[in-house]
Design a protein around this ligand. Sequence first.
Ligand code: LRH
Ligand code: MN
Ligand code: MN
Length: 388
Amino acid sequence: MSLAPAVAERLAVQEIELPSWAFANSGTRFRVFGQPGVPRTPQEKIADAAQVHALTGLAPRVALHIPWDLVDDFGALATFAADHGVGIGTINSNTFQDDAYKLGSLCHSDPGVRRKAIDHHLACVDVMDATGSTDLKIWLADGTNYPGQDDMRARQDRLAEGLAEIYARLGEHQRIVLEYKFFEPAFYHTDVPDWGTSLVQCLALGDRAVVCLDTGHHAPGTNIEFIVMQLLRLRKLGAFDFNSRFYADDDLIVGAADPFQLFRILLEVVRGGGYGPDSGVTFMLDQCHNIEQKIPGQIRSVLNVQEATAKALLVDRAALDRAQRDGDVLAANGILMDAFATDVRADLADWRESRGLPADPMAAYAASGYQARIEAERVGGEQAGWGA
Ligand code: LRH
Ligand code: MN
Ligand code: MN
């Protein structure tokens, strides 16, 4: 059996951005674990990400986090990336690692702190201008730990005001993607805790403000594919941060904890027109590889997304529509499960080979000698920023 031409064709347009921070040292709240050969500079992170793309054909862009990836000349960094066969993707702002932001950033009660946070985002747009990036991803650690600590309503108003100033600075082809997260690091309330809040803030801004859905940012049992459906229906889903979780914001390998959930999410993505380069939906990984090797961890991750996508594309839509119209519950469910249970791995290996890629990218990386080379060449790799 081989992949149907229609499926193969659609898989060929898949693009998944890699986060630069996935390649650097990371860990938990309790310990950052160093690994030999990790990148010391943004350039080395990009070089590692380029390996993932070279072996899978799936990851043509690298997302940056500012200031983790600060360089003097971002234009030169974009050229460096292009020389390595990749581009610069989403620019992620960071207002969670500065003492000034202890009580918040865009939502802080002190106008001076809000000014600093807004200016940081304006500087991120300068980076986008230099790199050609189109998306400014905003995730805020803002929130409170204790009831009464601050005025939730005033914080929401300050947020709207700050976002409006940042939005006004965007170029015509640039967007804000506003990420939500239900808790952590704040535990009583979070200022952008859910897709509804993100949506409401984005609607107030305009067409070029859209929601980012990080798959790890929901309470256990949340029907994430329903959120995907609703945001696509409203044309307000802008991006995914893919990862997987067992308990909280685990940042584990996408598709590792719950491949069925990933399949269901991708099914709604395909159903709702969120798949492909012109859909307006950016696929990105947001992961850390604390105990496993980083480059193979990223290779496995993009392959997991590809595999789940292939299965989602396999669903017999016409048969499903018929079963749904007929109210045939078991037939409809069976059609989905047939697609999910299909083992597409051999077909995907053939498909890769037909495109001049290694059939088994994990094995190809292990055989490439790249890991031994970076371990010998690089000493003193840097942290992603976690626990720094
Ligand atoms: C927050 C988050 C957000 C950050 C990233 C490093 O938990 O998901 O996207 O920018 O982690
Ligand atoms: Mn995220
Ligand atoms: Mn997260």
